[in-house]
Design a protein around this ligand. Sequence first.
Ligand code: MLT
Length: 270
Amino acid sequence: MKSIRCDDIDLACVDTGPPAGGGPTLLLVHGFPLSHAMWASQVDALRGVCRVVAPDLRGHGASPQGEWPGGEAPSLARHADDLAALLDGLGVNGPTIYCGFSMGGYIAWPFLERHGERLTGLSLIDTRAAADDDVARATRLKMAEGVAAWGAARVAELMRPKLFGPEADSSVVDATTAVIAATAPRSIAASQRAMAARPDATPRLPHIDLPTLVVCGEHDAISTAAEMRGIAAAIPEARYAEIAGAGHMAPLERPAEVNAALRSFVAEIA
Ligand code: MLT
């Protein structure tokens, strides 16, 4: 793992594969409340094809949360700015493909708005463009309020039924549960508040002028296949890959299929 200064904190990341200067860099942005570890299989599969950067977002994995000047929890735009600073710190200034899973996909929207000129490709995996409805927003805010008392292990219990498809391997379930349970309650609260506040990105979709790969697990209960097919249909240069048998955690549940889709996408736009 590298440690790169990004504004007020050092962001931890994996940085591997051929050095910059040749092909593109693939930036893998994890979901909530996870870490770069969710991408282990993708890092292994793609490091021979391109440079792969997989950070721990602020407050997740080995990256600290920071002090929040003014007391405001970090927004999704704050994470987007951290990622741009990370790319600068790593000297990545050539073609870059942003690949965001779930919350990492929600961060893609402010990244496109603020740093979109850096990108030559986009991959959206098990994620959403729509904002939360009132019920989902209230559920997030309830967790944000309660998590300090409940503990992160309770969050893992609450999330588990929605994360996996019917055939998920128990080792994948256990490893994901352990990462969630190890996340600081303060970071869980911050991410829930940031996700609750995110605007609807659907009107942006027809204006995305990047080759885009949309990937979704067949049984995803958080970002459904029907919704993700709609995202792919609305983005002019998008293609769609549905991962049979997988739930929300498709990159972990069906790594070979997700890696094959990413590999051919990267090769195509390199
Ligand atoms: C994630 O996997 O990042 C979260 O489940 C996203 C969400 O809570 O909407």
